[in-house]
Ligand binder design. Structure first.
Ligand code: ADP
Length: 175
């Protein structure tokens, strides 16, 4: 089954989906941008669970392209069950094609968790400097032929009007 792809403009902390994806950094200790917004909305228990994941699974930090899930805490009020944390590549030092792994591994984890809907921000396109055009191209390459027995809806949530317009142009035919 091909999931329905929706391109939305707004704040991912206001989205109702079984899971939302966080553009985390490898420390998992929170940060600015969407990461900060998700930690603020979820509350301090989220940081506690992230610290536990660091201690028990990733003492050296979460590698680029990998994904881990936590509970959603304060975001449960939106119907969110899980937050999937993934670390995008930094445009100035990493291979930006690793962004593909962020999306694929987040989708695989969401399936394992039985999520029917998932919302993504435009990972790496803020502080990590990947252009929205490269993001749209890479997301397109992942979603073009993506099928799932579990996921029915994929939401791509863009913060700025410009990013939203570019995603609509580059990915609108998939939605
Ligand atoms: P990264 O470090 O991976 O680049 P950022 O959080 O700096 O992550 O930015 C990723 C994208 O998330 C940017 O396009 C930014 O505009 C967008 N963004 C910031 N806050 C939010 C939010 N609350 N909801 C959705 N997207 C957001």
């Amino acid at each position: 089954m091909k999931p329905r792809i929706e391109i939305l403009r707004g704040d991912i902390t206001k989205i109702s989906a079984d899971c939302i994806v966080n553009a985390a950094n490898s420390s998992l200790m929170g940060g600015g941008g969407v990461d900060g917004a998700i930690h603020r909305a979820a509350g301090p228990m989220l940081l506690e669970e992230c610290k536990k994941i660091r201690r028990e699974q990733y003492p050296n930090g979460l590698p680029i392209g990998r994904a881990v899930a936590t509970k959603s805490y304060g975001l449960a009020k939106n119907g969110v069950k899980y937050i999937i944390h993934t670390v995008g590549p930094r445009a100035w030092r990493d291979n930006i094609e690793l962004l593909k792994d962020c999306y694929i591994n987040s989708l695989m984890l969401a399936e394992q968790l039985g999520c029917k809907s998932i919302a993504f921000p435009a990972i790496s396109t803020g502080a990590y400097g990947v252009s929205i055009e490269d993001s749209a191209r890479i997301v397109r390459s992942v979603l073009k032929n993506y099928e799932s027995g579990i996921i029915e809806r994929i939401m791509l949530v863009l913060w700025s009007e410009r990013d939203y317009e570019i995603y609509k142009k580059e990915l609108g035919d998939l939605s």
